[in-house]
Design a protein around this ligand. Sequence first.
Ligand SMILES: [Zn+2]
Length: 258
Amino acid sequence: MWRKLRIAILLLFLATAAYTNWYDRLSTTDWDETLWIGVFPINAGGSPSGADYIASLATTDVADIEQFINSEARRYGIAIDRPVRVDIYPPVTEIPPQHDAHGNVFSTMWWSLKMRLYARRNSHPAGRAPPQIRIFVLYHDPSFTQEVPHSVGLQKGLVGVVHGFAQRSMTRANNVVIAHEILHTLGASDKYDPASLAPLYPIGYAQPEKQPLYPQALTEIMAGRYALDANNFEMPESLADVRVGAATALEIRWTRPE
Ligand SMILES: [Zn+2]
């Protein structure tokens, strides 16, 4: 009896998750009304300077993310006035569950379940509508941390965890990573070689038809880097030099297969 009940609960949970994933994918990529995206800052190291940086953040500090996505959407023919809006939400104190990058499929499933519950618990500030897409940004104090863990964005759960730096001069570079993870939540895939970090040609190039091909001046958002030549790749300083490539546009349904 107890075993049957457990199986029934598990099946119900899986069916609910499958339905939610299907519904989320449909509702976030139909581009017929504004998609609400929330950026939730977290003071990763708990330092006073990190707290000061987070306290100084305003929606104007993420305005270039909204502007980037909306102007690229327009370029691909999305007709609504404001495809996305991006707002800063009040800081969150709970640290997101850690993902074991070397874990097995069950540890990843367990982590993604914990991540969904975490996002639900922490994305409903009093008096404000919760956004559809939740990006939790752990700001690290650069005087303690030079290297930060990998950021992630999950389409299943519409949630991202970004690692950035709690420093004014890094705000625009942080926003490039935030925009990359937002597009993951919309179904975009990475377009770089994980071993060499080289952008994949042609899908990871913002100017695949440029003559001569090198140096590229613009970055494809899901490649994360642009190629100076065949072996040297740089990260862009801001979203001003970043574009959404044709393959990414197809994945997030700005365009349809021919
Ligand atoms: Zn990625």
